[in-house]
Ligand binder design. Structure first.
Ligand code: ACO
Length: 182
């Protein structure tokens, strides 16, 4: 598994991964907005599929699978990160980041991929955009993600946002203070 910065070429694969894994979905424009505004804020996890062969017609179907974004490369997870760009909030707070979305394809879970994506994102938002803290929302019922944020990455719950999600579920609003490398 390789973790690398996400590029515009990856957007379709990221969107496909998101559609398969989460009910919170975004327009292509919103992915584009993240990558154009904060190119060092989003990352993908990929594997290389050696069985894909250019000359073999039967592989066309593999290229059609929209989570293969480059030749032989298959996106299996992503993290979509941004900086706070709301003028009202910027006036009140130090530079801070936000994790918009994170997901890993089912068959690649529990291998440490989400932790790697998150650590890379947090490090990059601090180093490149001077984020002093990073926040995110997560469903109250999302045990896997809560374990990752709370126990593995030491995020703290700041508040509960009532009926944050469209289906009426509450969200934990979580935050992690980051320390810049000198
Ligand atoms: N139940 C309990 N703990 C779990 C689970 C689970 N189902 N899955 C992972 N964990 C724990 C791991 O054991 C590990 O803990 P450790 O550090 O104590 O060993 C930690 O969480 C990190 O595990 P990873 O292997 O890095 O996580 P993974 O790659 O499996 O991805 C994720 C976790 C992203 C939550 C995945 O399950 C997923 O894609 N779920 C669906 C989408 C989703 O819920 N995304 C997050 C929404 S919130 C947001 O986007 C801001």
């Amino acid at each position: 598994i390789t973790i690398r910065q996400a590029t515009i070429d990856d957007i379709q694969a990221m969107q496909n991964t998101n559609l398969q894994n989460l009910p919170e979905n975004y327009t292509m424009k919103y992915y584009m907005y993240h990558l154009l505004s904060w190119p060092q804020g989003s990352f993908v996890a990929c594997t290389y599929d050696d069985t894909v062969n250019d000359e073999d017609e039967s592989d066309v179907v593999k290229y059609d699978c929209n989570y293969i974004s480059r030749e032989n490369e298959k996106i299996v997870g992503y993290v979509l990160g941004k900086m706070d760009d709301d003028p009202e909030s910027q006036a009140k707070n130090p530079p801070n980041g936000h994790v918009t979305s994170l997901s890993v394809m089912r068959t690649y879970r529990k291998m440490g991929i989400a932790e790697k994506l998150m650590r890379q994102c947090l490090y990059s938002l601090t180093e490149n955009y001077k984020a002093e803290y990073v926040s995110l929302h997560v469903r109250k019922s999302n045990r896997a993600a809560l374990h990752l944020y709370k126990d593995t990455l030491a995020f703290e719950v700041l508040s509960i946002e009532d009926k944050y999600y469209q289906d009426g579920e509450d969200a934990y609003y979580m935050k992690k203070v980051l320390v810049l490398d000198e």
